[in-house]
Design a protein around this ligand. Structure first.
Ligand SMILES: CCCCCCCCCCCCC[C@H](O)CC(=O)SCCNC(=O)CCNC(=O)[C@H](O)C(C)(C)COP(=O)(O)OP(=O)(O)OC[C@H]1O[C@@H](n2cnc3c(N)ncnc32)[C@H](O)[C@@H]1OP(=O)(O)O
Ligand SMILES: NC(=O)c1ccc[n+]([C@@H]2O[C@H](COP(=O)([O-])OP(=O)(O)OC[C@H]3O[C@@H](n4cnc5c(N)ncnc54)[C@H](O)[C@@H]3O)[C@@H](O)[C@H]2O)c1
Length: 295
């Protein structure tokens, strides 16, 4: 761990700040998001440890990272395929894997949690060295609630990445009333080192993007559920009429319907019978081969 003095991003204080320089990163959860975060951190020179519950899952995570890197180098090294291969090799070498969370976090400057969206399971993760900053990638849970199981709330924040992580430029940096300025500055700076654009937000339900995006997705589901328009036409309408890269139903499948439906009792989130039915049938979207569409 080291400290650095740096300027923070546009929109934040312009005075010099003190932040922890992050070199060793542990990502807990090697699913869609964890693998993406590991890839981006390893591509920007960090030493990454990816943790999940089994070696089989971790093998799949590494395969996902390799597949995504191939797409990245196809463009980045279009004229130099050998340099592209070398880049992939180097990045993958920066990622080690582990099923033992306690040993994986020992030399970590930052731990990013990207496991299942379940408060109790997230709270159970914390036996961390004192200097380590802990950040959750939760989509819908309160950062304060997750942090409440620890005695280190000043070094606890939210680092909300977007799917697919290698392509999406935004990171939401979430501070609770207990998060220290040094932690926030470190998370903002880390996001920039990953070549992302950070925005900061209080620990409010849905942060910025999900607070605005999820109602749009849910209204699309209801339109379809009522039979007001076909699922194909709803998606075409939002792509061509609103300039969205994906239609809302395709995007819901892409995110995962279980993730979309992960906080159904929140008063700000009105679920739908159709969404509940698909989730109950295990039709979770792209990752299970079927959601609103078949893959
Ligand atoms: C009331 C409030 C309630 C709030 C709380 C409720 C709780 C529930 C919360 C649920 C929601 C959770 C959401 C989550 O927290 C936050 C999110 O992540 S939201 C999702 C954000 N993502 C998007 O919106 C994605 C939109 N889509 C796109 O940007 C694009 O479609 C795409 C994915 C980039 C793909 O691009 P396309 O052009 O469509 O398709 P291509 O396949 O041709 O790809 C283009 C280009 O990109 C390269 N590429 C694509 N994917 C990857 C990858 N994974 N890795 C590397 N490269 C990739 C591809 O190779 C192409 O490259 P090119 O050919 O151009 O060189
Ligand atoms: N899917 C999205 O579009 C998206 C976007 C932003 C944020 N998120 C958030 O990121 C987190 C992960 O989402 P995802 O889509 O990657 O889920 P996922 O189901 O693809 O991956 C979750 C991974 O966590 C692992 N895991 C579960 N419990 C664990 C534990 N105790 N220790 C170690 N690993 C464990 C699982 O084996 C799995 O590989 C969630 O909090 C979600 O809300 C998701």
């Amino acid at each position: 761990m080291a400290f650095a003095t740096s300027q923070v991003v546009r929109g934040f204080s312009s005075s010099a700040v003190r932040n922890v320089v992050i070199k060793n990163v542990t990502i807990i959860g090697g699913g869609q998001m964890g693998a993406g975060i590991a890839q981006v951190a390893a591509s920007t020179g960090h030493s990454v440890t990816l943790v999940d519950t089994s070696d089989d899952i971790l093998k799949k995570s590494i395969k996902t990272i390799e597949g995504s890197l191939k797409r990245v180098v196809k463009k980045k090294f279009a004229d130099k395929p050998e340099a592209g291969e070398e880049f992939i090799k180097k990045v993958v070498q920066n990622v080690s894997t582990s099923t033992d969370v306690e040993s994986a976090v020992q030399s970590s400057d930052l731990v990013v949690e990207a496991i299942v969206e379940n408060l109790k399971i997230k709270q159970d993760l914390f036996t961390l060295p004192q200097h380590t900053i802990f950040a959750s990638n939760t989509s819908s849970l309160s950062i304060s609630d997750i942090a409440s199981s620890t005695s280190r709330q000043d070094r606890f924040g939210g680092l909300h990445f977007f799917n697919p992580v290698p392509m999406m430029k935004l990171v939401e940096v979430i501070g609770t009333p207990a998060t220290s300025q040094e932690t926030l500055d470190s998370l903002l700076n880390f996001s920039k080192v990953l070549r992302k654009t950070p925005v900061s937000c209080k620990d409010t339900f849905g942060f910025v993007v999900n607070r605005l995006l999820v109602p749009c997705i849910m209204e699309a589901i209801r339109l379809y559920e009522r039979g007001d328009a076909s699922k194909e036409d709803i998606d075409i309408a939002m792509k061509l009429g609103a300039g969205h890269p994906m239609g809302p139903l395709e995007l819901a499948d892409y995110i995962g319907l279980d993730i979309i439906n992960s906080d159904p009792n929140n008063p700000l989130f009105n679920s739908s019978d159709l969404l509940n039915k698909l989730v109950a049938e295990g039709k979770l979207g792209r990752k299970t081969g079927e959601g609103f569409f078949k893959y």
